[in-house]
Ligand binder design. Structure first.
Ligand code: ZN
Length: 121
């Protein structure tokens, strides 16, 4: 309630998709439930970064199950900075290459073993 001055300074440099107070129509951060200027209740936060597919758990699960196909969700996620996104992308791609390599090796070994079984008869 008394942080109005402090808040004013960074108000416009934050994000362009700010919601506004329905009472005094000042720009508000999405995380505010009560307006810091007039104290009116804004409602439950429903900002895009609070959607379930932007949660860390959803991103981790997506990467585990979808691998590199989950990367667009990481890149569209407003909660991560460019560095985090780059690191996650490199890690996922490296893992994908490793898993792909392991699968190819397993496949070649299986083919080899089947070949040995065939020739042993
Ligand atoms: Zn207000």
């Amino acid at each position: 309630m008394h942080k109005a001055n402090e808040y004013d300074g960074r108000m416009d440099t934050n994000r362009e998709s700010m919601k506004r107070c329905t009472c005094c129509s000042r720009a508000l951060d999405d995380s505010f439930i009560y307006c810091p200027f007039c104290g009116r209740r804004i409602g439950l936060p429903d900002a895009p970064e609070r959607k379930w597919y932007y949660s860390t758990r959803a991103v981790v699960l997506g990467i585990v199950f979808l691998g590199p196909f989950a990367l667009p969700a990481v890149w569209f996620n407003p909660r991560y900075g460019i560095l985090t996104k780059t690191i996650i992308t490199i890690l996922v791609l490296a893992l994908t290459v490793l898993v792909g390599y392991a699968l190819v090796m397993l496949y070649l070994r299986a083919v080899e073993q089947i070949g040995e079984l065939m020739t042993s008869y």
